[in-house]
Design a protein around this ligand. Sequence first.
Ligand code: SF4
Length: 435
Amino acid sequence: MKGKKAHVITYGCQQNENDSERIRGILLDMGYTTIDTNDDADLIIFNTCAVRDNAEQRVYGNIGALRNLKDKKPHMLIGVCGCMTQQQHVADYIKKRFSHVDFVFGTHAIYKLPQILYSAAEQRVFDLEEMEGIVENLPHNRESSVVATVSVMYGCNNFCTYCIVPYVRGRERSRKPEDIIKEVEGLAAQGYKEVTLLGQNVNSYSELPFSQLLNMVSEVSGIERIRFISSHPKDITNELIDTIAENPKVCKSLHLPFQAGSSKVLADMNRRYTKERYLEIIKSLKEKVPNIALTSDVIVGFPTETNEDFEHTLDVVRQVEFDMLFTFIYSKRKGTPAEKMEFALPAEEIKKNFDRLVSLQTEISARKNKALEGTVQKVLVEGYSKNNKEFLTGRTDGGKIVNFPEDKSLIGDIVGVKITNSAPWWLAGEVVTYN
Ligand code: SF4
């Protein structure tokens, strides 16, 4: 494949980003170079997300738009993988509707990519294999040279009634601690300073108590910051809270999806905690880790959610004062229990509630960021800002994005940045202390 060019397009969460890094790693090992456009590509792979319908529709639109390019360049291979294609009905639809797609594989078959590509040059390939184990030691071509994600477990056993993930990512499988530590040591040797431990439900890691895994990772010399995502409130332990409080390398931030404020809706969602329990966890976190930065995911318009239920969501947001929220309007997913539920509210009402939530959170985020103006924050410099190449960008310990003018020699350093300006979703400042 020497000299051939590949474009990998990623949708969705950090797990998908991590999978795409492995896909690119395999392609580089095969001799491909990776590029960011379709026109010059010999291979295009869509790594898809199945969590929301609008993302799926975008993927179909983008696949359809490649038909003319494929007519002009019949040797070019087009493939689709990820959570969407792990569903048989999606794979069947792609097979029928998009004859220019050469191969489809699911979330379990990344390790077979070379074999799939060689076969796809001869005939169309549809590989939806599911597997129990974990394939270690796949090459990674990482986006950043400073911060890296490390998968610690795959799949999910929770079956929240709105969620497609357990059906497309399979049951929970945890990596062995020694394999995780080996990967983190390798990253530290390459100069990485921060790792984010990844899993659909990272705190149900099964090989050890998750807090113990965090402490083991923190012993890897060179790694200065550790984050983890996503946590499930039902699996938060006192030991985990104590580890966040006491281990200086574990960032003082937590992403803890609450999804809905009403205990009745939470039961319908099969979330296995109540509003009261969620607020209790937050109280304990705030007591033990005073400046903790909190973020969460919220779904508005779950089928059984009434306006009264939705008031509980606003109440949780007011009480917790999250630093940031990822807000979504419920999206019906084929094959999930919620697909069959009747809607309590019409779409316009759901949209109104969604707008109220976004405006409340914007006000809270703006206020919290404003309060940081004048303070000095420790920022790990990750690289150039995506929007303005004159600025460097990095994150505070709490995970907030900070932009500042400086020289690229600081990339990879932790510096003190005095915050001079803020907006709801970012901070800006100037470096006042160097490493
Ligand atoms: S915990 Fe629930 S929302 Fe998260 S991946 Fe598992 S089923 Fe989906």
